[in-house]
Design a protein around this ligand. Structure first.
Ligand SMILES: *Cc1c(COP(=O)(O)O)cnc(C)c1O
Length: 507
């Protein structure tokens, strides 16, 4: 018998202390990352289901047949709610994955391999065409799988896309077009039907990324233009169960039209002396817990339960939109669809009446509401997307609307007229303290080694003296302003350093 070095109760007590330092996962105070149904009994069911399959290896559904049964059930549920049951364009099949990123990566890998297999031996690099608002998971997929990423500008005021802008970019090298339903940054519902008709006529694959909003849009209480597998030219669709499927993290679904298309998603080899490896997803051995949790939630809620929870999130979203639209100096970006939206400065009012969305978010954070700051950026056509603040609204938010609304109004009143942080000036000030000044900063990026990156982070006040990530500063607006002002590759390098140092062993 191996004795425990520490008592379990002691270990769990330490973990509870650590958890107390986390941002709150329940109650609707964090308006991104977490998706609270407001039903503790659903969380309990998910935890019990996950615990039942804790020892199972999801790698092999022929050995662990519970995995096959749950995956088949969950894919069937998703296929039904996303209107994939009409087999005219090929039967819709699917996989449960570890999350939205994996669903998106696999959609891109399959499309690339379908494209390649139709062009045996071509040395060309396939292209992925998508609006600039497409989730960063597709940047990652393009990088991992060797596609050129062709980002199409959207309307800088509304974040919406003209179908013709996609059509102009199409050619034989395009392996995949991606539409979002809706997009993460602005909640814009891309013109899926129009783009599907264009892609379908040319035989180009079209993925609908419904990772964030899919399981809410499917039950949305208002009519929407068709956006899912009911649209014939849509060849695949991703939707996260760990977002509006209310499951704990680690579960998403990827649906694909046509068995033959989907078989390109698999990796298979018998070319080693071990067991044949045949995987539809990236991991080998994998947990069945998130699958069991999501499956049990779908079984418990059914369509009616999802519709009810979605109605609550929709109601809260509408109420909050109305509040924000009523705040002088702020505007809701474009025409958001689903339980999320972004907020920008209303430039139509005089500068002293404007509200900077990042100062606003910082002020709201001061009263315990965590909104998400999004940087502005210049698009390929030179137009500028504004910096914004993002709100993802979950069913639990419904009960918090009065308190949240008051906090949003008070936060705006507290910062109205305060100009946005001038990233350029901030940068010049910081650079003045660095040997070599701003020029050294601009030249540095890829060539920066870990220590140089850490000392820059230290100079920016973002790294504790021990090299570990310090606590986040009270105000994030200056950090985001720096992100916007620094050259992209340098910011990326510095953020890599920050995140890597946060998890380095200490002491
Ligand atoms: C969250 C999200 C993803 C990526 O999903 P993860 O679950 O975070 O890996 C992809 N697309 C959209 C639109 C998302 O909101």
């Amino acid at each position: 018998m191996t004795a425990f070095r520490r008592a379990p109760a002691d270990i769990l007590a330490e973990l509870e202390t650590l958890r107390a330092g986390d941002a709150p996962t329940h109650g609707g105070r964090v308006l991104s990352y977490v998706y609270d149904s407001g039903m503790p009994e659903l969380d309990e069911l998910a935890a019990a289901a996950a615990r039942l399959v804790q020892p199972v290896n999801g790698l092999d559904p022929t050995t662990f047949t519970s995995v096959a049964a749950m995956e088949s059930g969950l894919v069937g549920f998703a296929r039904r709610v996303f209107h994939g049951e009409d087999e005219a364009g090929g039967v819709v099949v699917g996989s449960v994955t570890s999350g939205g990123t994996e669903s998106c990566l696999l959609a891109v890998k399959s499309a690339r391999d379908v494209w390649r297999s139709a062009r045996a031996g071509t040395p060309r690099t396939p292209r992925l065409v998508a609006p600039v608002t497409v989730h960063a998971a597709f940047h990652k997929a393009a990088e991992y799988f060797g596609l050129a990423l062709d980002l199409v500008p959207v309307d800088p005021d509304t974040g919406t896309l003209m179908p013709a802008a996609i059509e102009e970019r199409l050619g034989d090298d395009v392996a995949l077009v991606v539409m979002s339903a809706p997009s993460y940054p602005f909640a814009s519902l891309d013109p899926v039907s129009d783009v599907a008709a264009i892609c379908g006529a040319r035989g180009i694959a079209l993925h609908v990324d419904a990772c964030i909003g899919g399981f809410a849009l499917a039950f949305w209480p208002h009519d929407l233009p068709a956006w899912d597998l009911a649209v014939p030219g849509v060849t695949s669709l991703s939707a996260d169960l760990h977002k509006y499927g209310y499951a704990p993290k680690g579960v998403s679904v990827l649906l694909t039209r046509g068995r033959d298309r989907q078989r390109h998603q698999y990796f298979a080899t018998t070319g080693w002396p071990g067991y044949p490896v045949v995987n539809p997803t990236m991991a080998g051995s994998k947990p069945a817990g998130p699958l069991a949790a999501a499956w049990s939630i779908a079984e418990a809620l059914g369509e009616a339960g999802f519709a009810d929870l979605t109605a609550r999130a929709a109601h809260a979203t509408e109420a909050l939109r109305t509040v924000v639209e009523g705040i002088e100096g702020l505007r809701v970006v474009g025409d958001p669809t689903g339980p999320l939206f972004a907020v920008a400065t209303d430039d139509a009012v005089a500068p002293e009446r404007r509200v900077d969305p990042h100062h606003w978010a910082d002020a709201a954070r001061g009263s315990g509401w965590f909104l998400q700051l999004q940087p502005g950026m210049v698009q390929a056509d030179g137009t500028r997307l504004p910096h914004t603040t993002h709100l993802t609204v979950t069913p639990v938010t419904e009960g918090a609307v009065p308190e949240l609304a008051a906090a949003l109004v008070a936060a705006a009143d507290a910062v109205r007229g305060e100009p946005p942080v001038d990233g350029g000036a901030l940068l010049a000030g910081l650079a003045a303290q660095l040997p070599g000044g701003l020029d050294a900063l601009a030249a540095a990026s890829d060539g920066l080694d870990s220590d140089a990156a850490a000392s820059l982070l230290g100079a920016f006040g973002l790294l504790g003296g021990d090299g570990a990530g310090g606590a986040l500063p009270d105000r994030l607006a200056p950090v985001l302003a720096l992100v916007e002002a620094l050259p992209g590759p340098l910011t990326e390098r510095l953020l890599v350093e920050l995140l890597a140092r946060v998890v380095e062993p200490r002491g």
